[in-house]
Each structure stands twice: as structure tokens, then as C-alpha cells.
Design a protein around this ligand. Structure first.
Ligand SMILES: Cc1ncc(COP(=O)(O)O)c(C=O)c1O
Length: 461
């Protein structure tokens, strides 16, 4: 693609002043930003007026689309009435009370208490701290270790970045911290032994988890954390029976199960929670993103009464629960969250995701014969297509990730926002999407794949 950045243009000013998250900063200096000006439904428009289908719902999050007036109104109303109030030291406010109640009502049985943060990373950091605090409180000070998965994603702060199992999030940040272990990734296509069935693969992963717990000493392992389906690390749908087997191992050794539903929460998999899609009964659930459709930053931890009782006792003993953010339960964010959940329910967006899902899933699977496509996977309105140089051996193009980036750029040129995770192309459109719009995504993606094919053969090996 052409790199033209005019002096003193917004792009040039961006390059001068902004360090972008998850961006190659040197490449950005040449390429400049794609500046998004406005949104409407499933579309966003750049500063040249190009319409793009937001095939990733922003960062897996804008469930209700990019122009929902009810969320604007909810924010405006709350801003006018009480723009800010904290919930430290016994204070509270209506949006916080109402949203907590709503979350307890919506989430599976056994999750009865809520703690608010601003982001998924802070939420997972808080989970690590809450579990430490709880186990200290109940006299198990050795039981502190967390087991996460390779290629799992839980955020980027010191603790949540440690839980994340991706090399890029650890390299040169001196992560992971001590006490965080990573077990194997449940991606059958890449990590199953030749001829290993999904059920056997799931058995092996559960056995490996058990061996890890036994090797560490069960008295030292506090929690297992996982996304119901690994999303940002590559969109890996676990093999059949995986979660039931993993959960049984956790229960056997009194290891808490943490479901990180930051992406899967509120309908993404075609059910309200990924925990329901995959049969997880978590002790702790983390939600964010579709909680407010990302109109406001907000995350929540919903957790069991058993945990609450330990934490509450300890807070009484120490004089206070020594944890909280200035914006925990922010009134505008929680007001927007409440309205957003009301919209998801009233418009049956979870049902819509389930109804429209086959168009996306079958449509992508129909590309399985394309020369570049190695694997297609997904459930509900989340999916990925993994690109390879050799379909037989599953060998990726060298250097890895270049083809993914090229398809990402070509898709954008063709009016479609996708996400490249290495050479896997991810899809995660807004939950409001209609069948015809999904077909348009498929059309634009196939066009981009075809354009990428010749380029790949010429430029990669
Ligand atoms: C499953 C999961 N957990 C946690 C996070 C971190 O959330 P945030 O980026 O809001 O810190 C993400 C972000 O993509 C995520 O996908």
C-alpha cells in the first residue's frame, strides 16, 4: 500500500506525538494512521470518507453498533445528574447498584457479588489480588499460583500480562512474574498429535494440567484462568469436552475456575455467556467490552459468595479492603452499561448472533478449499481463518505474520476491518449485524484473499 503522509496533516501530527498500542512504531512512522471519523451501525468511516465494515466490532466489543442513540442519551443524562461519584468508604450511587444487581441476575448461578474496574486488564489483575487476599484470609498462604494457557489473552498489566500466554506480551517486559504457569493451548489444528481425536486431545490437555498441579503441589495452586474460547491469541475453539475435563481436575485439587468472558460475555458465542456454550461453572467471571459496547471503559468481576465471605472477613480484620480504582463503578460507565444490556435484551441480540452465526461460519468454511486457507474455526459471531503456505504440512509462509498483515491491509482497502493475529484472520462483527451484511463481509474477504495469493507467492517463501 502507498505511504503518503502530508506534513502537518493530522496523520503527521499523530506520528509526531502518539505511541500507539499494539503497533510497529517504525512502520507507523512511514504508513501513518487510518483516522476514523465517525460510525454508523456496523460501519465506520475514515477521514477520506471511505466506508469500512467493522468486522471486528472495534476490539471485539461494539455489540450494538457505532451509532446507538440510547447509549448517548444514557451517558448525557448521567453526566448532567451526577457525572462522578466514587464508591469508596461506604459511598454508592444508583447506576452502580443497579448494574451490580443486573450482572448477578444475568450471570450463572453461584456468582453473587461484583467488583468494578475500568478495563479487562485491571479486572484480571484484581482477580489475582482477590484470590491472594482470600487464601491469606482463610489460612492458606501457600495457595497462590495461577495456571493460565499458552496463547491465552488476559490483558497487559504486570499480573494480567503474566497470565497472558503470548511471547510478545512477555518479551522485554520481564514477564511473566513468579507464580504464573502456562499449560498447553487447546488448538486442535496445530497442537493435536497426528491422528489424535478431539476427545483424546482434550483428555491429554486435562492430564497435562493435572500433572502440572501435582508437580507444583496442589497446596500451592490457587486458580485456573481461561477464556471460554481463546480469542485475541488466535480464536481457538476448545475441543469437545475440554472444559468439563479441565474443570474436573480443578475441582479435584480445590483450584478456583476463572472464566475470562471479556470477549465472550453477552452473546458473542450465540449464548449469553461462553461459559454456557462450553459448560463452564466458574467461581469467578470477568466481563468487559460488550458490557458497555465499549462506549465507556468498564469491566466487572462477578464472584462467588464463598470468596466474598473470606474477603469481607479480612477487610474487617484489616480495617478496609485495600483495593479500588478512582473510577470503580463510575456512574456514567455503569449507566451506559445498564442501558447497553437493556438493548441487548430488548432486541434479542444474543438470539440474533445465534441466528446469523451460520451465515458467517458456513460462509468462511466454504473458503476452506482456497489455496491459502489451512483452517477455519469459530462459533457464534467469532471466527478465524488461518492462512498457510502448504495445506498438507500446515506450514505457514515465511516470514510468519507478513501474509496476515497483507490481508489485513487489502481487506481495509476493500472496505473491511479484520484483525490479523499472526497469519490467522479474525472476525468478530457487531451483534446487530444482519445476514446480508455478513455476506458482504464474506465477499470483501474473499476478494482480499484472492488479491493476497499472488502477492504471497511473489514476496514470501
Ligand atoms: C479475554 C480478555 N481478557 C482481558 C482483556 C484485557 O482487556 P483490556 O484491553 O480492557 O485491558 C482482553 C482484551 O482484549 C481480553 O480479550
Amino acid at each position: 500500500m502507498e505511504d503518503i503522509v502530508r506534513p502537518n496533516s493530522p496523520a503527521a501530527r499523530d506520528i509526531r506525538n502518539v505511541l500507539h498500542p499494539y503497533t510497529n512504531a517504525r512502520r507507523h512512522e512511514e504508513r501513518g494512521p487510518t483516522i476514523i471519523k465517525r460510525g454508523e451501525g456496523i460501519y465506520v468511516y475514515d477521514d477520506e470518507g471511505n466506508q469500512l465494515i467493522e468486522g471486528m466490532a472495534g476490539l471485539w466489543s461494539v455489540a450494538v453498533g457505532f451509532s446507538e442513540p440510547r447509549l448517548v442519551e444514557a451517558a448525557q443524562k448521567q453526566m448532567s445528574k451526577l457525572p462522578y461519584s466514587h464508591i469508596f468508604s461506604h459511598k454508592s450511587h444508583d447506576p452502580c447498584i443497579n448494574l451490580s444487581e443486573k450482572l448477578v441476575e444475568m450471570t450463572p448461578e453461584g456468582l453473587d457479588h461484583v467488583f468494578f474496574t475500568n478495563s479487562g486488564s485491571e479486572a484480571n489483575d484484581t482477580v489475582v489480588k482477590m484470590v491472594r487476599y482470600y487464601n491469606n484470609a482463610i489460612g492458606r498462604p501457600e495457595k497462590k499460583k495461577f495456571i493460565a494457557r499458552k496463547r491465552g489473552y488476559h490483558g497487559i498489566t504486570i499480573a494480567s500480562g503474566s497470565l497472558t500466554g503470548l511471547p510478545l506480551n512477555h518479551a522485554d517486559f520481564d514477564l511473566p512474574i513468579a507464580g504464573v504457569l502456562h499449560t498447553n493451548c487447546p488448538h486442535h489444528y496445530r497442537y493435536a498429535e497426528p491422528g489424535e481425536s478431539e476427545a483424546d486431545f482434550a483428555d491429554r490437555l486435562a492430564n497435562e494440567l493435572e500433572e502440572m498441579i501435582l508437580a507444583e503441589g496442589p497446596e500451592t495452586v490457587a486458580a485456573f484462568i481461561g477464556e471460554p474460547l481463546i480469542a485475541a491469541g488466535g480464536v481457538y475453539v476448545p475441543p469437545e469436552g475440554y472444559w468439563q475435563k479441565i474443570q474436573a481436575v480443578c475441582r479435584k485439587y480445590d483450584v478456583l475456575v476463572v472464566a475470562d468472558e471479556v470477549i465472550t460475555g453477552f452473546g458473542r458465542t450465540g449464548k449469553l455467556f461462553g461459559s454456557q456454550t462450553f459448560g463452564i461453572e466458574p467461581d469467578i467471571m470477568v466481563v468487559s467490552k460488550q458490557l458497555t459496547s465499549s462506549y465507556m471503559p468498564l469491566a466487572a468481576i462477578i464472584f462467588s459468595d464463598k470468596l466474598y465471605q473470606g474477603i469481607a472477613d479480612n477487610s474487617a480484620k484489616l480495617g478496609s479492603f485495600g483495593h479500588g480504582f478512582t473510577a470503580s463503578g463510575h456512574p456514567v460507565a455503569t449507566a451506559v452499561g445498564l442501558e447497553n444490556l437493556a438493548i441487548i435484551e430488548e432486541r434479542d441480540l444474543v438470539g440474533n448472533a445465534a441466528r446469523v452465526a451460520p451465515v458467517l461460519q458456513d460462509g468462511l468454511r466454504a473458503l476452506a478449499d482456497h489455496p491459502l486457507v489451512g483452517n477455519v474455526r469459530g462459533v457464534g459471531l467469532i471466527a478465524a481463518v488461518e492462512l498457510v503456505a502448504d495445506k498438507e504440512t500446515k506450514r505457514p509462509f515465511d516470514p510468519e505474520g507478513k501474509l496476515g498483515m497483507q490481508v489485513y491491509e487489502l481487506a481495509q482497502k476493500n472496505g473491511l476491518v479484520v484483525r490479523a493475529i499472526g497469519d490467522s484472520i479474525a472476525f468478530c462483527p457487531p451483534l446487530i449485524i444482519e445476514e446480508g451484511q455478513v455476506r458482504e463481509i464474506l465477499k470483501r474477504f474473499e476478494m482480499s484473499l484472492n488479491e493476497a495469493e499472488g502477492w504471497a507467492r511473489e514476496n514470501l517463501s
